[in-house]
Design a protein around this ligand. Structure first.
Ligand code: FAD
Ligand code: SF4
Ligand code: SF4
Ligand code: SF4
Ligand code: SF4
Length: 411
């Protein structure tokens, strides 16, 4: 019986899933079991849409529908946590299984702290994540660097430091380092990301450390909670999943790769944050860059920390209505409310109508606040620095007024 802390190789006996899956199909096999046995009412996963650049968040209730959702889409940059909060009532009314990258898991924890999702009703299968590539950048990169028509590519993968494509007529790989030096490759927030193995999920699955005859045919599973152990044990007993202990050498390799990825994250942080300068120079840069803002609210709409019914940026005494670009207070409000909890998911930057590097600005501040207060967002249920503001009083005010604003200091 698997238990919390165990490390093993796992794969599915379901032939259809195994064929479509990334690495043996343990993830999709477990979801099939969970749906069949009604451990969950639905699973929130990602399916291929029109092509490999089109990753579609998909809610599945029929276990026979799951096969098409197997496989990893590295151009799938959406954040499932905000989708689960917005469109699935934060899992309040149904039990949901969700495949999570590190940022998805971190977003779910931050939303749970704000009582916007119910973690008791959620099972998370985590996937290790070396990074994802914006679909627009991927197309450009394949056209310009690989000299291949992006529409002819039917498979992509990131393996041993290379971005590899299969297309009509062949396959090609180019080192990620080379691509990134030239402005292609992973999203900039992913380069700085240090949530490589999402251990705050119930299970953490990936290809690092799978060696020998199982390489490419099984996923490496780390059991991170009792909930995860129950799901895995049930699926093994049912026969849809087979497992064996991970090899000692594989465990060592996985730890080494994870360590190397963390170092790479530090390297990118030093580079990106260094490019912002410090103190007044940093502030000046942020003011200049954000002066392009057209107040489309996309950064707020898609941020997993933002949930307020009445957003302060819409208060006329803080940000003048109808004024574009908005005064800097618009951005200061976001910084003040989000910086201690930012999970560096990249949504505010990727979906910004004006290509403002919002995620870089917020992440740089989050790291500074972490140094000052020690709070690490997205890893557990510890409350952020802002929660030290008289929470009880704020909660009383919220229920008395129905207003869902974090601060109301000018009244
Ligand atoms: P499958 O049965 O094929 O199931 C895969 C699951 O992932 C499905 O539920 C699918 O819907 C979901 N999924 C696909 N794309 C996304 C997406 N973009 N966001 C959220 N969910 C998605 N493992 C490593 O060890 N090192 C890595 O560097 C690494 N990078 C990854 C990067 C990305 C963007 C993704 C999605 C996965 C990455 N993995 C990495 C995990 C690995 O590719 C496999 O997903 C994992 O080993 C499980 O294999 P499987 O055959 O059991 O999964
Ligand atoms: Fe993966 Fe981290 Fe990028 Fe999320 S932010 S897609 S976890 S590398
Ligand atoms: Fe993600 Fe941006 Fe919000 Fe940070 S501020 S959590 S990067 S959307
Ligand atoms: Fe986000 Fe602050 Fe607006 Fe709330 S008030 S939605 S935390 S910017
Ligand atoms: Fe401004 Fe960009 Fe935010 Fe839109 S997404 S409000 S343009 S910073």
């Amino acid at each position: 019986m698997a238990k919390k802390g165990d490390l093993l190789y796992a794969w599915t006996t379901d032939k259809g899933i195994a064929e479509k899956a990334e690495l043996g199909g343990a993830v999709t096999g477990m979801w099939k079991y969970a749906l069949e046995k009604k451990m969950v009412d639905a699973v929130l996963v990602v399916a291929k849409g029109q092509d490999i650049y089109d990753a579609v968040p998909t809610l599945i209730t029929d276990p026979n529908e799951l096969t098409r959702t197997a496989g990893s889409l590295h151009c799938g940059t959406m954040l499932l946590s905000k989708i689960l909060k917005k469109y699935l009532q934060g899992s309040e009314t149904m039990k949901i299984g969700v495949t999570v990258k590190g940022c998805d898991a971190m977003g779910l924890y931050e939303l749970a702290k704000r009582q916007q999702v119910n973690l008791d009703n959620i099972i998370m299968i985590g996937v290790n994540c070396g990074g994802s590539v914006s679909p627009i950048v991927a197309r450009k990169m394949i056209q310009e660097k690989f000299e291949v028509d992006p529409d002819t590519v039917h498979k992509e993968e990131i393996d041993k430091g290379q971005f590899i494509i299969e297309y009509e007529g062949g396959h090609k790989g180019i080192s990620m380092d080379e691509l990134e030096e030239q402005g292609y490759g992973r999203r900039t927030n992913c380069r700085r990301c240090k949530m490589k193995v999402p251990r705050q999920a119930d299970l953490a699955c990936g290809n690092w450390g799978v060696i020998g005859d199982k390489a490419g045919k099984a996923t490496f599973v780390e059991v991170c909670s009792e909930k995860g152990a129950n799901l895995l044990n049930g699926a093994i007993k049912d026969g849809i999943i087979v497992s064996e202990p991970a090899q000692a050498k594989g465990i060592e390799i996985r730890a080494k790769v994870e360590g190397a990825m963390l170092k790479l994250g530090d390297k990118w942080r030093a580079r990106d944050f260094g490019s912002l300068g410090e103190g007044r120079a940093r502030l000046k840069k942020i003011v200049e860059e954000t002066s392009r803002c057209i107040k489309c609210y996309s950064c707020i709409e898609n941020c997993p920390i933002c949930y307020c019914v009445e957003c302060s940026t819409k208060k006329s005494y803080l940000v003048r209505p109808g004024e574009v670009p908005p005064n800097f207070m618009f951005h200061l409000i976001r910084f003040a409310h989000i910086a201690d909890s930012c999970v560096n998911c990249g949504q505010c930057e990727e979906l910004c109508a004006m290509d403002i590097p919002n995620s870089l600005f917020m992440h740089a501040q989050q790291v500074e606040l972490q140094k000052m207060f020690g709070h690490v967002p997205g890893v557990d249920m510890n409350l952020p620095v802002l929660a030290l503001v008289d929470e009880r009083e704020e909660r009383d005010r919220l229920s008395a007024t129905g207003s869902d604003q974090i601060f109301d200091i000018f009244r």
